[in-house]
Design a protein around this ligand. Structure first.
Ligand code: UDP
Length: 373
């Protein structure tokens, strides 16, 4: 019987463990933290009783029936629609940019067609936007771009918006109707008992052994048929070619009575405040009643020794370095790299699940696979 070691008990590690276990293999999953679920870990705040997203808010959204069925197989989901507001020195606006935002911002009462024509007229003439800033200025014009995207992005990524790929902006829709749902996805929701309960259920299998509070080093693969690494790709190689750029986020926490923000998420795009967002976690579980409340104020910075990596920065130099690590990885036997950190990409939870499921199927046919297909 095959014996596998998986480094990391986040979503990728758990989904892979389950697939391998169901194929009959014995799987050991190790994580250096004292909990499963990686950065989507949720836990009850002891003081307020509120379910907090310890490493920042995660709202499950997907167009894939396969991903939606998969998560619902392990835990009940409740409907949840993320409706974000932007707090700026010009006022509070609806996000993502929609007809309400445009009408408030320009003090107009445009119809959808009028707003579309108006905003198209504002857009800079950039035939093929090559980066985040060009994409924003072309799509929205400079006034909207600068009010909602420029400052937020500088704070979030710590670099010039022109250094980021246009794809980061494409994550957000722009709408010419009053739909203020942050996501376009067909299926959206929140696990009733939190993400950690969901990941625990995925890992609940007689062939899976979970070991928490212990890190994995490449040499720990000895005695196993294969190692699956869901940590940072550069870390596996002891950063021998240099460090890949990651952003980390951190929070200050405030507890009080009642309703502090009036919403689950408020974004702060102005440069005059140092943070990017505030989250009031009890609004992520509107089916629960809590007298008390807890608010996280989110800051972003480059990772330093010991920080948890969240977002791959993906500037051209990082991408070039990543490609060199990929070549190195392809030359290694007995190890594969999975998940957001293993593949150095800005992946949403549904894609992590889908890719890992596809990887598991492919790996069981071809154990020489280094990365998801
Ligand atoms: N963004 C922005 N202003 C906002 C929200 C997002 O400029 O109010 C930009 C920012 O660069 C961010 C990207 O759009 O990194 C993607 O936003 P999303 O809300 O998807 O970020 P996540 O929740 O993944 O951190």
């Amino acid at each position: 019987m095959a014996r596998y070691l998986i480094a990391g008990a986040g979503l990728a590690g758990a989904v892979l463990a389950r697939e391998l276990a169901e194929s009959g293999a014995q799987v050991v999953v190790r994580d250096e933290r004292d909990h499963v679920a990686g950065n989507c870990h949720t836990e009850r705040d002891l003081e307020t009783g509120v379910m907090v997203h310890r490493y920042g808010p995660h709202i499950f959204n997907t167009n894939s029936e396969e991903a939606w069925d998969y998560v619902n197989r392990f835990t009940p989901f409740r409907p949840f629609i993320n409706r974000v507001k932007a707090v700026t020195h010009k006022g509070v606006f609806s996000l993502p940019v929609n007809l309400h935002t445009i009408n408030q911002f320009f003090n107009e009462a445009f119809s959808p067609a009028e707003a579309k024509a108006f905003v198209e007229g504002l857009g800079d003439d950039i035939p093929e936007p090559a980066n985040f800033e060009e994409q924003g200025r072309k799509l929205l014009g400079s006034a909207l771009y600068e009010s909602f995207f420029d400052g937020y992005t500088r704070k979030q990524w710590g670099c010039e918006p022109s250094e980021l790929p246009a794809s980061v902006l494409k994550r957000l829709p722009v709408r010419f109707n009053y739909d203020d749902n942050y996501y376009n996805a067909k299926y959206q929701g929140m696990p009733e008992q939190g993400y950690t309960a969901m990941v625990q259920a995925i890992l609940e299998h007689p062939n899976i052994q979970v070991e928490l509070g212990c890190s994995v080093a490449p040499q720990d693969a000895e005695g196993f048929d294969h190692l699956f690494w869901s940590g940072p790709l550069d870390q596996y190689f002891d950063c021998q070619l240099g460090k890949l750029g990651y952003r980390t986020v951190y929070w200050t926490e405030e507890r009080s009575q009642g309703d502090a923000l009036g919403n689950a998420v408020l974004n702060y795009p102005d440069m005059s405040v140092p943070f990017t967002r505030k989250h009031e976690h009890k609004h992520f579980t509107p089916w629960e009643q809590h007298e008390q409340t807890i608010v996280f104020t989110e800051f972003s910075k480059a990772t330093e020794e010991g920080d948890i990596p969240y977002y791959p920065v993906n500037r051209p130099a990082d991408k070039a370095l990543f490609r060199r690590y990929v070549e190195l990885a392809k030359g290694c036997d007995g190890v594969s790299f999975i998940g957001r950190l293993g593949s150095y990409r800005y992946l949403n939870m549904d894609l992590v699940i889908l890719e890992t499921l596809a990887f598991a199927r492919a790996f069981l046919n071809d154990p020489s696979l280094t990365f998801p297909p």
